[in-house]
Ligand binder design. Sequence first.
Ligand SMILES: [Cu+2]
Length: 191
Amino acid sequence: MSSRLALSAFAVAAVLAISSCGSQETPTAAAPASSAPVSSAPAPSPTGPALSITDPWIKTTEKGMTAAFGTLVNNSGSDITVVSGATPLSSMVELHEVVENDGKMVMQPKEGGFVIPANGSHELKPGGDHIMLMSVSEAVKPGAEIEFTLTLKDGGTFTFTALGKDFAGAKEDYQPGGDMNMGEETDADNG
Ligand SMILES: [Cu+2]
């Protein structure tokens, strides 16, 4: 009897947490009240015991370029390197960093990929490292669920789902490098 009560209370709390999360338009808002500590006992996950991601999201867009963010968490005792990303939304995905160039913040492919230190984390955020999507195949609406697969240096993969969120910032310019022809600009999207 008491366990059933506890269960339903948990269910209500979960629903509340989800709905309050869904009403958050700004990804920069602090994590909604959650009683779950970020680092508790090592919880083995069936999908990726070594790597996980916190609050993955993707910037909404009508077309062109967009980016995905979140905090990559390494639950293992060795460094993990993400070398590439993929998503059904775009055939052109790159791992980007933002650097200063002549006083301007520009983004460019990150050499060597994202390194998540042993038992540490690596944050992907607007103005910093991010997963770049070129020429998305369809509009990303708020609440959209976009699947990503990251490929690791050791050949393994890690899959997660990013949630579509509106975001008006991240106006870095793309630094054309290599042979890529960036035909589309994000200015219209960011207005
Ligand atoms: Cu980028």
